[in-house]
Write a protein that binds this ligand. Sequence first.
Ligand code: PHE
Length: 353
Amino acid sequence: MLEKLAQIEKEALEALSKIEEEAALEAWRVANIGRSSPVMNVFSQLGSLPKEERPAAGQRANQVKTALETAFAEKKEALRQAALARSLASERLDVTLPGRPFRRGRLHPATQNLRRILSILGEMGFQVYTARDVETDEYNFQLLNIPPHHPAREMQDTFYIETGETDEARRLVLRTHTSPGQIRAMREFSAQNPQNPPPIRIALPGMCYRFEQITARSEVQFHQIEGLVVGQNITFADLKGTLSEFARRMFGRNARTRFRADHFPFTEPSAEMDVECFVCGGKGCSVCKKSGWLEILGCGMVHPVVLQNGGYDPARYTGFAFGMGPERQLMLRHKITDIRYFWGNDVRFLEQF
Ligand code: PHE
């Protein structure tokens, strides 16, 4: 029996010394010190030994069992250390390596420009007011003094939305300009105090839509920023002063402006404002087509009929309004030759801003 135990111990230790991974070690444990391993079997056979051999055999069996258990624990620890060393070597982090560059997103150039214009107008006391993109024919045209057969209402220029309504006034359109917001704002403000409507000074940004052939020079959608000032004793001098100051803040302290007579149904008198070409400084170049001036907005004194439609008595109130196309200004400033770049979503274009 003692020899048998020596044999068991020798074989087990030999097998253990060859083990190099945890799964094999577990199998070894089950086979060599598990419940039905050879050493454990020796314990159950002790009873069948002659009485005088039992103490020595029992003692020896205990020794072998302890020796195997100890060897197992040591092996287990050795394997754990080896695994740790391996992972330290293979997963080493070089904290001195430079970081990977991180591509940041950015605001669309049209949004950047829109915000810039609104912040300049904001500094000048204009509050941002937003109105709807889908308008009725009434707000987009009629209340703005645009008569029924005005060319701007042609199907070729306006997106009409089928509603099944026969009533002309309720026909829905995608707004062709931000000017219907003038009526929305005046009606909202005058409703607060119909006898004495409060003064208004708002900037009204928004997308506008026109049913046009898409070309390098025209898109079916574009932003406008409308301005509206209504109060008592507002004159054309206020319009000129305000818009000239806007141009200086927008295009530089030395930016000169000029006003040319024009026509809009909802303003009287009406004008176009030009700013001295900021590309050539007024000397004449391809951007200003050698004229030295760039046309940047339409404006005028709010037409009495429009004031009336907004709930402001034209006998007591006057006002001025203007509308500009921020994308057009961006095109001039950056010599962008094709308006389709704006909504084309080409990163090579967008990344430049
Ligand atoms: N609504 C005009 C346009 O779309 C611009 C404008 C606004 C002109 C306000 C005068 C006053 O061209």
